[in-house]
Design a protein around this ligand. Sequence first.
Ligand code: KG4
Ligand code: ZN
Length: 335
Amino acid sequence: MRILGIETSCDETSAAVVEDGTKVLSCVIASSKKDFQSVGGVIPEEAARRQQETMLPVIEKALSDAGLRLDEIDAIAVTTGPGLLGSLLVGTMTARTLSTLSEKPLLPVHHIFGHLSSTWLDQESEPIFPMLTLSVSGGHTELRYRRSHTEQTLVATTLDDAAGEAFDKGAQMLGLPYPGGPALAALAEKGDESFHDFPIHTGDNFSFSGLKTSLKYFLHDRSGPEALSTDERASVAASFQRAIVLQLTRRIEKAFGEYPKTKELHVGGGVSANTRLRAELSRIADDHAVTLRTPMTLRYCTDNAAMIASAGFFLFKEDANITKKVWTTQAQTAL
Ligand code: KG4
Ligand code: ZN
């Protein structure tokens, strides 16, 4: 089954074709992140306008890269939320129109379910349930115990900021460019993470607001980031990153005790690109003798349509009524 995926939940416009939920035939991502660097964040109105311009060329390229015509596609999967409303409308209306014209099923996909499916793409072997999946992005931070694609228990979630948001806000305080996560991680590589003990929240859920405040006061006491030497700045970044990573991984360690049948450990979402986090997860996976799966390329960590096509496939496989369900409910609410 070949699915055309469409993802436009934030600043990116992405389309992809995925076969049987796992084999990526094409994945095109047009991001407008660079345009927002000077203002330090996405302007929703601007993002939606760019998406309106790039949506059709991106879909055309995804089809031609896969060597397929629209009538050779079996279904269309699209992110219905959460995300920026204008951006989501561009994707959902395009998908709906294409589905009506081509008479192919339309599969609505929750963005986070997309990230959960990103560890299925192009893997050498098929993942085995049950697994613990950490999903970490700029909008959410969740640890789930997954028995199947649709059966799962939410083990932990954030009480305030998302892990990616903590990276972004920390980066902003250190005077780094947007998007802050990769910039802070790159700076941290040159630093000493034992330089400062930032607080690591303990508890069954995640929380990053105390850590953020702690960095704010630390920088205030040192007369701002400009007053730090280059080495000190890198070490503050490394210490801050350590506090985020250890909070995530300590909860995962605990979850292994709570869910002893766990066979694999997965991580997805933008923050899964972080090498410090990956190193820690790899150590935990070794200790518990389970397989660690990360998205196969960095493009599958951050927002992309391949993961949406994959999620659409698994949803359809486990519940063929999915096409009718969500759209009918939405239509009823609107009426
Ligand atoms: O999944 P994603 O592309 O978009 C959302 O759904 O939010 O994740 C973006 C987030 C941003 O907060 C970004 O700073 C963070 O992922 N991120 C990273 C790294 N690469 C991206 N955070 C830490 N280290 C990285 N290498
Ligand atoms: Zn995302």
